[in-house]
Design a protein around this ligand. Sequence first.
Ligand SMILES: C[S@@+](CC[C@H](N)C(=O)[O-])C[C@H]1O[C@@H](n2cnc3c(N)ncnc32)[C@H](O)[C@@H]1O
Length: 218
Amino acid sequence: MFNNNYTNRLFGRTRGRSKKKINLKNYYATVDKYKFKNFNEKSEYILDVGTGYGETSIFLAKQFPDKIVISCEKYIDGNIILLKNIQKNNINNILLHNGNVYNIIEITNKKYFNLVWIFFPDPWPKNRHAKRRLITCDFLIKIHKTLKENGEIYIATDSTIYVRFILNSICRSKEYFLWVNQSKINLSIKDYFDIETKYYKKAINSQRKPSLFILRKL
Ligand SMILES: C[S@@+](CC[C@H](N)C(=O)[O-])C[C@H]1O[C@@H](n2cnc3c(N)ncnc32)[C@H](O)[C@@H]1O
């Protein structure tokens, strides 16, 4: 049922560097239990993009128990941790899409999402890889089509190159979104919520200050 004609390829790793042995049959059987298959008209959804080890999905599922969190990630080692934490915390409102977010946003013309989270998207800092960056004006407009009235996008990054790129994308999509925290000198994540993902900790340990962008659908 996914539209596989999407032009936007998904780059990056599917397995961790340790190459720790994984029973893929068991993995896919567990993924299948939590797999996102289709939207249900009666449910409200949050889209969590590039979840890594799934910290944001667990956080969102607990914060919004009445909504379904769709966690998009192809990184198997990360999804295994997420699946373990779903079971450990008895969480019943996370569905997993083991793949590209474009699969999700391109299967619907309807407005399903109240919230879209994109925490530390890969910055692809080299110029020759710039086309791989997820946050573009086109991407934001695609997300806009799936957002409900007043729906919001939260984007966090610690890369100064990506900050500039995101600012450019926000500027180019200004008819579609209000940049809610534009006037704040401090765009820090911790001003908004207490969550530490792997890439958040990496940023802090390297003395890079993460920025948070909040966009509301116009
Ligand atoms: C830098 S990691 C951040 C992980 C996590 N959000 C965190 O804060 O620790 C970015 C993740 O986004 C995933 N990703 C990149 N492009 C994606 C896409 N188009 N759809 C779904 N996931 C994507 C990658 O597989 C990678 O695990």
